[in-house]
Design a protein around this ligand. Structure first.
Ligand code: FES
Ligand SMILES: [Fe+2]
Length: 338
């Protein structure tokens, strides 16, 4: 699991004022909270007294109160009171702290920095075209594989006709030769803007001649941007490790078409079925991965997976050396059948 990087935490709408949410990220228990004044924060979700999750408590006078003995902490994790102490007890509250994680809220999304420092020098993923609008659809799935397998599955063009076979998407018999151009970006690589493949029925619904751009960035963020005339659709899939065997994958969608908003109840099952197909194949793959097999990334269909491992290793190497990350990738064209 990569450190010194922003991970997707949760959508802003899951964290109203005065609310706490537990998550496990990179093996760490995390409590996300939004203070009554609206500020978002994240702390280690363990009370330093006797380990009760702080997410099981609540807010008291703007501070977080543990559910067990009522110790309170400010949103930076500093202990502010221990109700059981008499007034002249010499315990020094300033020595009692809960580790805090830097967080950032933008475009209706909350990101968390897992690593040293505050992450200000590392750019957050940006969803094009949507401004500060919150996503119209958010769908979460837990994949029973580590983040590497989840990410590789996400950027793998070869599984699409196989795993996502359906009448509304495409059939394996409709495989065609594909040729796509790729260019490096600050934290990953873009599949350069191109005309949508004519064998994807759903693209035709957008009207016009859709242009598609797909961006991939560390630690495991894929953003698809489709433009057709004045309309756009953006989909972001974010992989966040729960631990070294499970990955939380969140799919978020934004669009400009009013008719699609009316169809939202219909669109939701499509999102569910799409990620459900991935989860089903990951469940099968996990059975094989229990035997820790060697993996064979083969040919151009697996080239994006090889790039992922290359930039991930380089990111970690640069972070460990305290030097800036330089993307080792160069422009390339890949060909495959899907
Ligand atoms: S465990 Fe939290 S106050 Fe005791
Ligand atoms: Fe998939």
């Amino acid at each position: 699991m990569l450190s010194n990087i922003w991970y997707f935490g949760l959508p802003s709408r899951d964290l109203s004022r005065g609310k706490l949410q537990h998550r496990q990220i990179c093996g760490e228990p995390v409590v996300f909270g939004r203070a009554p004044d609206g500020e978002v924060f994240a702390l280690r979700d363990l009370c330093p007294h006797r380990g009760a999750p702080l997410s099981e408590g609540g807010f008291r006078n703007g501070d977080l109160e543990c559910c067990y003995h009522g110790w309170t902490f400010d949103i930076g994790g500093r202990c502010t009171s221990i109700p059981a102490l008499v007034a002249d007890d010499p315990v020094d509250l300033s020595k009692i702290t809960v580790p805090a994680f830097p967080v950032c809220e933008a475009q209706g999304l909350i990101w968390i920095w897992m690593g040293d420092g505050d992450g200000v020098e590392t750019p957050l993923p940006v969803i094009p075209a949507v401004g500060e609008r919150a996503p119209q659809i958010v769908h979460d799935v837990e994949f029973p594989v580590n983040i590497d397998h989840a990410v590789v599955g996400l950027i793998d063009p070869a599984h699409t006709p196989h795993v996502h076979e359906s009448w509304w998407w495409r059939r394996p018999s409709e495989r065609r030769d594909k040729e796509k151009r790729f260019a490096p970006t600050p934290l990953g690589f873009d599949m350069v803007s191109h005309r949508a493949s004519s064998n994807s029925k759903i693209y035709r619904l957008l009207g016009g001649a859709p242009e598609v751009q797909i961006a991939f960035a560390l630690p495991g963020i894929r953003i698809e941007h489709i433009r057709a005339g004045k309309n756009f659709y953006c989909g972001m899939t974010a992989c966040t490790p729960i631990d070294d065997k499970r990955t939380q994958t969140t799919h978020l969608m934004w669009w400009s078409m009013r008719w699609l908003t009316l169809l939202r109840p219909v669109a939701m099952p499509f999102a569910r079925s799409f990620l459900g197909q991935d989860r089903t194949v990951f469940e099968k793959q996990a059975k094989g991965l229990n035997f820790d097999p060697d993996l064979r990334l083969t040919g151009q269909p697996d080239q994006q997976a090889k790039w992922y491992f290359r930039i991930k290793n380089e990111w970690q190497r640069a972070a460990d050396a305290g030097s800036p990350f330089e993307n080792p990738l160069t422009e390339a064209t890949l060909r495959w059948r899907s």
